[in-house]
Design a protein around this ligand. Structure first.
Ligand code: ZN
Length: 256
């Protein structure tokens, strides 16, 4: 069984969803930044498309699609509190498995406020939170993210720090959170992900693999491809199973 924990299905053609359905037992699609969120209605239309259109479209080709809802740091509408109330409704949907993707892009005051509000909402609703870290200034912004989280004294440590690199993965794991490894051009190669997993094998129960496939150059088969590389590199079955399915099934309570 294989799970891709972070995709953006609404950016991919049906052929790609079908390819994923052939190789994966479940995928999680997350709210992101397809438009400038000029007002809350634009943001709502995006999230509702994931909940209605995307679940149906995936079903047609046999892909088991789960959804995370939230405000991406590059897609914050002006009416933040209205959007938060909407998230409270959306999480009742039986395919919603988390809040995301949230996080920081430039760490502006507005981004931080919206990030904190969504972390508190995840805590209150006992759902995992999926936290984006940016390509630019990844180290600096990841530090700010971890600082912001630590000041909240959350009981919920079901937080995924996404798109970790060789360095930030250690910070996320040391802080007690999950680390998402994204195998995508410009992020990690399959072999780099394998190296990170080898180096952090004591934390194998906190690592999640994904493709983040989007409108950027992506590999929709990044998870099966990396699993193959792990086998070639001699990583044990137990670790492979954890990072490619078991951790995701437990954290997001996926019914596959
Ligand atoms: Zn993403």
């Amino acid at each position: 069984m294989l799970i891709d924990t972070h995709i953006h299905s609404d950016t991919r053609g049906l052929e790609d969803l079908e390819l994923m359905a052939m190789c994966l037992d479940g995928v999680i699609t997350l709210a992101h930044d397809p438009f400038e969120m000029k007002n809350v209605k634009v943001w709502e239309a995006h999230v509702e498309k994931l909940l209605n259109g995307e679940i149906e479209r995936a079903k047609k080709v046999g892909l088991n699609l789960f959804v995370c809802v939230g405000m991406h740091p590059r897609a914050i509408p002006p009416e933040v509190d209205e959007a938060l109330n909407k998230i409270r409704d959306y999480i009742n949907h039986d395919k919603v498995v988390g809040i995301g993707e949230i996080g920081l892009e430039k760490a502006t005051k507005e981004e931080r406020e919206v990030f904190i509000k969504q972390l508190l909402l995840a805590e209150e609703s006992k759902l995992p939170a999926v936290v984006h870290t940016p390509r630019r200034n990844k180290e600096e912004i990841t530090k700010i993210i971890l600082d912001e989280i630590s000041t909240l004294n959350l009981k919920n440590s079901n937080i995924v720090i996404e798109h970790c690199n060789k360095e930030t993965v250690k910070w996320a794991l040391d802080a007690g959170f999950y680390a998402g490894l994204t195998v995508q051009p410009g992020k990690l190669t399959p072999l780099e992900a394998v190296e990170i997993i080898k180096e952090n094998k004591d934390f194998a129960n906190k690592i999640l693999l994904n493709s983040d496939c989007s409108s950027n150059p992506s590999d929709v088969l990044a998870v099966p491809g990396t699993v193959l590389k792990m086998k070639i590199e001699g990583i044990g079955k137990e670790i492979i199973d954890k990072v490619s399915q078991k951790n995701a099934l437990e954290l997001f309570n996926l019914k596959v």
